[in-house]
Design a protein around this ligand. Structure first.
Ligand code: ADP
Ligand code: TRP
Length: 321
């Protein structure tokens, strides 16, 4: 079974990225042969600063390796180090109906926000389809928001196979119900684009301030809260704390008597401790960039072998050979 996922280097990684994608991805590397990459071509649709792209790309590599990605088990690389994927993007684009892309939520959301579209941003899901199909991927672990893009990938693969004969493996999205949508500081989906994130790594003081800023209602501490399970701090606590500890806080909040300030302080401590080992690992990696670059170079070399084989299959099928 081949597992594949990607993440854009478009900013600092947050708890939504970690629990929605990176942790499931790290766990899956035990179950099959895993391919994970940093989607730097994708980041070009919305980020125009070269130095920032370089820095973010390295940051994602450090974050991912610090958070449990094992380069001995996993092929880990930069998307642009396997440029075959752009050739496949063109080929797939020719069997992709406009309507399929126009129906994507991410396209409609961006349109509604008045974001002006470049061709790359519109064609984004076709590049994502090429990412998935070029490695013969079976399973794609992602958060809920990317599910539709994997469905688009399936549609494109099926269309190509119908047109030119069996060429591509049809992939399945894999979404974990419990972490499909990690809430942010305001209760909306945690996302860089909403400015409501809690980062995985960063300055302790600034992060404490963020956690203490989680939005709460104005009920008094003494008041019982039958909706304790809906509380944002409780929901995040369930991810970062041992289950008994999280349950204990939830029970105390429900019964009344636990203040929101105390709850948020506890959340910060558990969150901070949850990533202690990863923080140490990250500092070690940051002091050994030659190693990190070698991991990415080795990953790209392995990925390219598969990508060239699958691309050639598509070229033969469609008469480009
Ligand atoms: P953002 O919304 O911050 O821009 P990305 O779109 O770069 O995040 O997401 C990278 C990966 O992390 C994707 O697989 C996505 O589904 C997952 N992800 C992002 N935010 C969340 C969240 N709040 N809950 C669960 N998964 C998430
Ligand atoms: N579009 C994904 C995101 O923004 C990143 C991505 C690019 C991806 N190519 C992929 C995810 C292929 C899974 C498979 O999060």
């Amino acid at each position: 079974m081949r597992i594949l996922s990607g993440i854009q280097p478009s900013g600092t990684l947050h708890l939504g990225n970690y629990f929605g994608m990176m942790r499931p991805a790290s766990e899956l590397q035990e179950k099959g042969d895993a391919y994970y990459f940093i989607a730097n071509y994708h980041s070009m649709t919305s980020l125009y600063d070269p130095a920032e792209r370089r820095r973010n790309t390295l940051d994602v590599a450090l974050d991912f390796l610090a958070c449990g990605l094992d380069p001995k088990r996993t092929v880990f690389f930069r998307q642009s180090d396997v440029p075959e994927v752009t050739e496949l993007t063109w080929i797939l684009g020719t069997v992709t109906p406009m309507g399929l892309l126009e129906r994507c939520h991410s396209y409609k959301d961006k349109l509604a926000k008045g974001i002006s579209f470049n061709f790359g941003l519109f064609a984004y899901p076709v590049l994502m389809a090429a990412d998935i199909l070029i490695y013969d991927s079976n399973v794609v672990p992602v958060g809920q928001d990317q599910k539709q893009h994997v469905e688009v990938t399936r549609d494109i693969a099926i269309k190509f196979n119908e047109q030119y004969g069996e060429t591509f493996v049809i992939p399945e999205p894999q979404i974990r119900a419990e972490t499909a949508k990690v809430p942010g500081l305001d209760g909306e989906k945690m996302s860089k684009s909403y400015g409501n994130t809690i980062d995985i790594f960063g300055d302790e003081k600034a992060l404490r301030k963020k956690v203490m800023g989680i939005k709460m209602d104005s009920r008094s501490p003494a008041e019982p809260k039958p909706d304790a399970d809906q509380n944002i701090a409780i929901q995040i606590l369930k991810l970062v704390a041992p289950p008994e500890a999280a349950r204990d806080y939830e029970d105390r909040l429900r019964a009344g008597g636990l203040g929101y300030g105390d709850l948020k302080k506890a959340l910060f401590e558990h969150y901070w401790n949850h990533f202690t080992a990863a923080r140490t690992k990250r500092a070690e990696l940051a002091a050994n960039l030659d190693y990190v670059n070698q991991v990415l170079a080795d990953g790209a070399a392995k990925g390219r072998v598969v990508a060239q084989k699958v691309l050639q299959r598509a070229k033969v099928a469609s008469g480009l050979d």
